[in-house]
Design a protein around this ligand. Structure first.
Ligand SMILES: [Zn+2]
Ligand SMILES: [Zn+2]
Length: 265
C-alpha cells in the first residue's frame, strides 16, 4: 500500500503561511526524493466572497485567490507527484459552508473546517471558555459540517481538534463519549465525508502513548473506522516539513488502516 499522500497543505496564498512557502518550495520539500509524496493536495484557506460574512482576515482569501495556485503549478516541477487543488473552506458560526456550490465545483476536492475555535467572536464567542461547552460546540459544528452537500469530494479538516484550547484539550476530547463520536461519524459516512488523519494527534503539549500518539485522538479515529469512514492524511504544513507527513503515515499503520480505508480524492 502506498500511503505517500497529503491532502492538507498550505502555500503562501494562505495569509498564515510564510512568504517563502511557494508552490515550488512545497513541492521540493514534500515530493522530491525516493520517499517523497506521490499525491499532494494543496488546500489554502478559503472564504468565497459570494457567501456573506467573511472576516477581514478571510476576505482576500477568496476563490480566485486560492485557485491562482493552478497558474503557479503550470511551470512547477512536481517531482512526478500527482498534484490536486483543493481548499480549506471555513464553516460559519451560523453553520453555513463558506463556498457556493457553483464555486465548489471548480476544485478537485475540499476540506471543510468545522473547529477553528481559535477565531474568537467569529467562529465562537470569546466568552466561551468552559471545556464542556467547547466540546458541545465542536460536536454540533462537526455534525452540521458532515451534512453539507457539495458537488465535489469533501473531507473534514482536523476533526475535533479544539484549536487554542490546548490546556483543556484532554478534558474537551475526553468529554466526548464513544456514542457521540459514533453519531458524528455515521453522519460523515452517510454524507461521504473523509476523515482527516491530522498532526493534532501528536501535539507537543499532549500526553503521548508508547507509539508517540495521543490516545484521545486514537480513540476518536478508531471509532471513525468502526463506523466505516474513509480517511485522508492531512499534515496541515504551512512550510515544507516532510517529517509531519512521515509521522502521520506511522499513525495510519498504527491504526491498522488498509488501502480501502483511504479516500480516493
Ligand atoms: Zn485549519
Ligand atoms: Zn490548514
Amino acid at each position: 500500500m502506498d500511503i505517500r499522500s497529503d491532502f492538507h497543505t498550505h502555500t503562501n496564498l494562505s495569509s498564515c503561511a510564510p512568504a517563502d512557502t511557494t508552490v515550488q518550495a512545497l513541492l521540493d520539500g514534500l515530493c522530491a526524493g525516493p520517499d517523497g509524496l506521490r499525491v499532494l493536495g494543496i488546500s489554502n484557506h478559503l472564504w468565497d466572497r459570494d457567501v456573506p460574512g467573511a472576516s477581514a482576515w478571510y476576505k482576500p482569501q477568496d476563490v480566485a485567490h486560492v485557485l491562482s495556485v493552478r497558474e503557479q503549478l503550470k511551470d512547477a516541477d512536481t517531482h512526478g507527484a500527482r498534484v490536486i487543488v483543493g481548499a480549506e473552506v471555513e464553516f460559519s458560526s451560523d453553520l453555513r459552508v463558506a463556498i457556493t456550490e457553483e464555486h465548489a465545483a471548480l476544485f478537485d476536492y475540499l476540506l471543510i473546517t468545522a473547529n477553528h475555535v481559535h477565531m474568537k467572536d467569529f467562529i465562537i464567542p470569546a466568552s466561551v471558555t468552559d471545556p464542556y461547552e467547547v466540546a458541545d460546540i465542536i460536536v454540533t459544528r462537526f455534525k452540521a459540517a458532515a451534512k453539507v452537500r457539495l458537488p465535489v469530494r469533501c473531507g473534514i479538516a482536523h476533526p475535533f481538534y479544539p484549536m487554542s484550547f490546548g490546556r483543556d484539550e484532554m478534558t474537551i476530547l475526553g468529554s466526548i463519549s464513544d456514542q457521540t463520536y459514533g453519531e458524528c461519524f455515521e453522519l460523515a459516512v452517510e454524507n461521504g465525508k473523509s476523515i482527516e488523519i491530522h498532526s493534532s494527534a501528536f501535539g507537543a503539549h499532549l500526553p503521548l502513548n508508547e507509539a508517540g500518539f495521543c490516545d484521545e485522538y486514537v480513540r476518536m479515529l478508531r471509532i471513525a473506522r468502526e463506523c466505516g469512514c474513509t480517511f485522508h492524511i492531512g499534515s496541515d504544513v504551512h512550510r515544507p516539513a516532510p517529517e509531519r507527513g512521515i509521522r502521520l503515515r506511522g499513525l495510519v499503520k498504527y491504526l491498522g488502516l488498509a488501502e480501502y480505508d483511504l479516500t480516493d480524492f
